[in-house]
Structures are given as C-alpha cells and as structure tokens.
Design a binder for this molecule. Structure first.
Ligand SMILES: [Zn+2]
Length: 161
C-alpha cells in the first residue's frame, strides 16, 4: 500500500508525493518516461502499475505523444498478462484519488478471486482462494522478466525521448 503523507499545497505536494519519492512497488522495469511496478496487494497477485516518471496528475497533463506512449505501455503489460495467465478479465484503472501522480493499474482478474466481478476496491464477494492465488504468484517472477524484455523491445521502437 501507499505510504503517503499529504500536503495539499502544490509546491509542497511534489516534495512529499510518494510516487516522486519512491518506485511505488516492486520495480519491474524502468523506461525513459515511465516505469512498471508490481503492487503487492493482498488477494490480487497479478497487480501491476504503469507509473509516469515525472509528476503529472492527470492524463490530459501529457501531450498527445506522451499519452500515446503511456497507453501503449499499458497495453503491453496487458498483453503479457493475458498471454501468461489467461485471466478472465484485465482491469485497467486510473484513479489517483489517494496519490494524484499519474499511474494506471493493470490487474489480472479471475472469476475465482475474492471480489470478481466487482472492482478490487469494492466489497469482497467470496473468501480468498489461497491455492489459486499461490499458483498465480508462483508465475510472477517469470512474468516480471518477460515484462522487462517486452518493454525493452517496445521502447526501442518508440520515438519519444
Ligand atoms: Zn509525484
């Protein structure tokens, strides 16, 4: 989870923004403009975030090329998670109410997970399935490595500096 300290005056906020100060999770890959981290959220092992490196609050704070770059990275993470895990659904979300620094959540969801079909932030619908969670978790090191390879290859074809 975030370890945030909030100061809502703009100048002060940047200094205390947790995503400016820290990676925000387990580092998977760092690119020129954005990074991918694995969140360690209880009950949802395949939970990644694409985090814009510079402080920007909203998607519309990026220019057109940057927005395209950001969303292509989100799609690349999604593609790897689908190929590796065959989830029932990928959830994409950008909320940022707690930490208003642009980041996309990319979450592999399964019909057996505790909250499906609700959002991961909603109320649980059933008990967690520790065995199935562990089976997903066991694949994460290989998935992280594939994400890093895929994102290196993707970035090499990106014109954005
Ligand atoms: Zn920030």
């Amino acid at each position: 989870m975030w370890n945030a300290q909030f100061l809502w005056m703009n100048e002060m906020f940047v200094e205390t923004c947790p995503l400016c100060a820290e990676d925000g999770g387990l580092p998977v890959w760092r690119g020129r403009r954005l990074r991918v981290i694995r969140a360690q959220e209880e009950g949802f092992p395949a939970f990644y975030r694409v985090v814009w490196n510079a402080h920007a609050a909203e998607l519309s704070d990026l220019n057109t090329a940057e927005r395209g770059h950001c969303m292509e990275a989100v799609a690349e993470v999604e593609r790897v998670l689908r190929a590796r895990l065959g989830p029932d659904k990928i959830n994409l979300a950008a909320l940022g109410n707690m930490v208003p620094h642009l980041h996309w959540h990319v979450i592999a969801r399964f019909a057996w997970d505790s909250h499906f079909p609700g959002a991961v932030w909603a109320v649980a619908q059933r008990p967690r399935d520790a065995g199935r969670e562990a089976a997903v978790a066991a694949q994460l090191p290989a998935i992280d490595a594939e994400l890093a390879r895929a994102l290196d290859a993707w970035q090499s074809h990106q014109s954005i500096e």
